[in-house]
Design a protein around this ligand. Sequence first.
Ligand code: NAP
Length: 240
Amino acid sequence: MTRAIVTGGGSGIGLAVAQRLKGLGHEVTILGRSQAKLDAAGFRAFVCDVADRAGVRRAMAQAGAADIVVNAAGIVRSAPFLKLSDADWSDMWGTNLMGAVHVIHEALPGMRERNAGRIVNIASTASLKGYAYVSAYVASKHALLGLTRSLALEFAKTGITINAVCPGYTDTDIVRDAVANIAAKTKRSEAEARAELASANPQGRLIDPEEVADVVAWLVSDEAHSITGQAIAVAGGEVM
Ligand code: NAP
């Protein structure tokens, strides 16, 4: 049995990943800010804001040595560039990039000592292309992929792999909030807003969180030891 830590494991993609890894026999610990969400998920859990370095250090020490780390914690706020505040920038940067930096920083020394480890960052198609009205989110997700690629090279001679999974619009709270936001701002119905997001995917649908979890399950397997520094899109052909 190996130990896995999944940030943002209380909902959406992180929860699907936690469930999949548990199904594969891994001992899973999840991190997130909301105790209620973590309790409902039903895993060993620690409350932790990944943007807070000291908090991450405490939570990771409590969680114990990790063989697998999946960084799924993430936030998105959409607004035209000129309306994004400094707080929006620092919140998205702090969570989407620095959150992963903090968690990886705690996990890597042990992985290096054991010469084994799997790190998967839940990035986004927004790591690979631009989208209007989410510039801070897109910038933070591009940065997360840059981190992934550089660490993969830095640790290539070890048994540690570091990869990114890049989902397109996935059926989670993030997309439900985006649908409500679009509907409120554009006077379109929620069904129309949802259809518009689904149409970004050439397959014409939203991705299921379980489909993202399937790719993570492969990346953390022994068979994927040659796969490192990759950005694997789960997006029905939206990026290629
Ligand atoms: P979600 O259900 O909102 O999941 C995000 C999770 O992250 C929540 O459980 C949230 O829990 C946690 N979280 C947020 N900020 C945190 C922080 N500072 N510290 C610790 N935990 C934090 O949405 P999701 O779609 O599954 O998102 C998961 C990841 O997938 C994100 O990185 C997102 O950018 C990425 N992604 C999503 C889509 C999509 O279309 N849904 C597409 C591409 C990529 P708390 O609020 O309790 O902290």
